[in-house]
Design a protein around this ligand. Structure first.
Ligand code: DGY
Length: 427
């Protein structure tokens, strides 16, 4: 199975705004954090220089405290809400005030290991420092109590904005936004594929709360009514730490390596608390109630990507996924089709996302579930071939949904075609 390689490359070129790639024209007119990391790996399949630039432009937005923001507003646009005027941050390139899943170090290792340019060492050494500062920030700002697992303070930090895993915590919010909500997303695509207005009211209420605290992480942690230990974020951070450790062998100090190893050991042990044996999947923990969130989502499979589960748990995750696919044949639905909150067309409440499939396929391959990994990769490429290089796909019909000509989907198409058996070098 393959896709039209030239068409996928053309999407990245068309979405290039001068060293950074917008996820798609108009709907997302800036540089997004985790999008860019996947996109850099996509560029690396055919344009090494451009892959480096993607990562370098992202860290133009990095804050002094190490946070890599979820959006870098390199150039103004009226096509998106909330823009810099709502975020009210102080960085010299305007940025949002929260982060997103840290795929950066994984992308950096990937680009470095295939780079041939004479400046690869120097570029990687500089970006290694940025990645390390970002992981240190996660530790301080999002796990200040030293539990081993980080918590997100906004659904947008998970990248999986309206996942059912956030429903209960979001429903408890009593905060009201002070910023008027002027949604632009639903003027670009159908409202039935996007989060609801009530989600946006709560998203912006949290932004207003944190803007009022000057985006100071300790104050945000104390005041936040939304503190969720997201499975995906922790799994991605763990994989990124594994990749950072490899880079640290070359570019880091002994003390840095020990710090990364200690964090990984703490996190690997703490992950046991997120495993739900009855549901055969990892589930988020709500620090507001101290309880596990009863929602089975594709995030719950991502610990495979980081080598967290034991072999028996990996088998159970495979069995759980098979039960989902009996209901919705296109892997991998973002919410279990057995969950009453499953909505096959609404953003993170059901649709298939190529980047998540990439990580899950890598994860199953890591555990020797080669047939399932191959099935996910083949299906992902078939979705792109038949449904277009769309933002996401309906897991019941395969229909392409959301924004079109989508950068990270194109990047995954290139990666899966380039490396059909192992999506990631050096694993
Ligand atoms: C959006 O605007 O939909 C983004 O996912 C927020 O980062």
């Amino acid at each position: 199975m393959t896709i039209d390689i030239e068409a996928a490359r053309a999407i990245l070129r068309a979405n290039d705004r001068g060293g950074y790639t917008v996820p798609t024209d108009r709907l997302y007119p800036f540089q997004w954090n985790w999008d860019s990391a996947f996109v850099a790996m996509g560029w690396a399949t055919f344009d090494e220089e451009r892959a480096w630039r993607e990562l370098e432009r992202l860290v133009e937005g990095q804050w002094n405290d190490g946070m890599v923001p979820h959006i870098v507003f390199h150039a103004p646009s009226d096509d998106y809400f909330p823009g810099p005027d709502v975020w009210r941050t102080r960085h010299s390139v305007p940025t949002s005030g929260i982060t997103q899943p840290p795929v950066f170090a994984t992308a950096l290792r990937h680009v470095f290991e295939i780079a041939r340019g004479p400046d690869a060492q120097a570029r990687a050494a500089r970006l290694y420092k940025c990645a390390l500062a970002s992981h240190d920030w996660w530790d301080r700002a999002r796990d200040p109590e030293g539990t081993g697992l980080v918590a997100i303070l906004h659904p947008w930090e998970s990248g999986m904005d309206n996942s059912p895993a956030w429903d209960e915590a979001m429903a408890r919010l009593t905060l009201q936004p002070t910023t008027p909500i002027r949604r632009r997303d639903i003027s670009h695509i159908g409202a039935e594929m996007r989060p609801r207005d009530e989600d946006y009211r709560r998203f912006i209420a949290l932004v207003d709360l944190y803007a009022g605290l000057g985006w100071e992480p300790a104050a945000m942690w104390r005041a936040s009514p939304f503190k969720l230990v997201d499975v995906a974020t922790n799994a991605i951070l763990h994989k990124a730490d594994e990749d950072l450790l490899v880079l640290a062998e070359k570019f880091g100090s002994d003390a840095e390596r020990r710090r990364i190893e200690a964090r990984m050991a703490r996190r690997a042990a703490a992950f046991a608390g997120l495993w739900n044996q009855d549901r055969r999947i990892y589930q988020a923990r709500d620090l507001g109630t101290g309880t596990v969130v009863s929602a089975s989502t594709s995030a719950g499979l991502l610990p495979l990507f980081a080598g967290i589960p034991g072999a028996r748990q990996a088998d159970e995750l495979a069995a759980e996924l098979e039960s989902w696919l009996a209901r919705a044949p296109y892997p991998v639905p973002s919410t279990s089709p057995l969950d009453p909150r499953f909505e096959p067309k609404r953003y993170w409440r059901g649709p298939v996302w190529a980047v998540v499939n990439f990580m899950i396929a890598e994860g199953f391959a890591r555990y020797g579930h080669m047939a399932l990994a191959a099935r996910i990769r083949t299906a992902t490429l078939a979705l792109m071939r038949d449904g277009g290089i769309a933002e996401y796909f309906d897991p019941t019909s395969g229909e392409g949904l959301g924004g079109g000509q989508f950068s990270w989907t194109a990047a995954i198409g290139l990666l899966m075609t380039d490396q059909p058996t192992r999506g990631q070098r050096g694993l």
